[in-house]
Design a protein around this ligand. Structure first.
Ligand code: SF4
Length: 207
């Protein structure tokens, strides 16, 4: 069977698109165009984008439309996020963006098969639906959200499965409170494999 060729007519359910800075992880501070896809079956109770869970509630937009918008912003990178974007076949979207010279990053829980081609993959595993085994080998960085003390052990089980070469981040759940944040700092001091990631876009009051 011949390889699939990206088609501008392919569509995806889109919760929102926006141009901002990447607030988290290794690319923090970079000008980025975000595309948030609808649909997520991971269902984290502390999720801050619950409106994204039902993909059928969001309008379909074409790859051509999305690519034109990404180029128009002049952002340095495109970040495909959700929801859980891997609930969709991302071949068409990433092919079109990369074909126009836009580096494409992915934010995923890893709960579904990898599709598409990316310059960078942020794997953010969730206890509620752990990553597929093969996703660990594709991670460019690991980012574990800490919502309670039991999540430190979960984070270690995840770090054991990724390459020792990649950066590993602990990120406090936004409503976790000061005591949890202090606990995280203490943990990182004693476990230097980890770095702290903060949602700096929220601290700055931007998207
Ligand atoms: S995986 Fe992400 S979008 Fe899905 S429920 Fe968890 S935090 Fe929300």
């Amino acid at each position: 069977m011949p390889p699939s060729i990206p088609t501008a007519q392919a569509t995806y359910p889109i919760v929102e698109t926006f141009h901002s800075i990447q607030g988290e992880g290794a690319w923090m501070g970079m000008s980025a165009w975000f595309v948030r896809l609808g649909g997520c079956d991971v269902r984290c109770p502390w999720c801050d984008t619950k409106e994204s869970w039902n993909g059928q509630r969001h309008p379909q937009r074409t790859v051509a439309d999305l690519t034109a918008e990404a180029l128009d912003t002049g952002a340095a990178i495109a970040i495909v996020t959700g929801g859980e974007p891997l609930m969709h076949d991302l071949t068409e979207l990433t092919g079109a963006l990369r074909g126009r010279g836009v580096p494409v990053h992915l934010e995923t829980s890893g709960a579904h098969p990898l599709t598409g081609t990316f310059s960078w993959i942020t794997l953010s595993p969730k206890t509620y639906r752990p990553p597929r085994t093969e996703l660990y080998g594709h991670a460019s960085e690991l980012k574990v959200v800490i919502a309670g003390a039991s999540d430190f052990l979960w984070a270690e089980t995840q770090a054991e499965q990724v390459s020792p070469e990649i950066p590993c981040y602990l990120q406090p759940e936004w409503h976790g409170g000061e005591a949890l944040r202090h606990q995280m700092v203490e943990y990182i001091l004693r476990h230097p494999r980890w770095r702290l990631s903060l949602q700096t876009h929220k601290l700055l009051g931007v998207r």
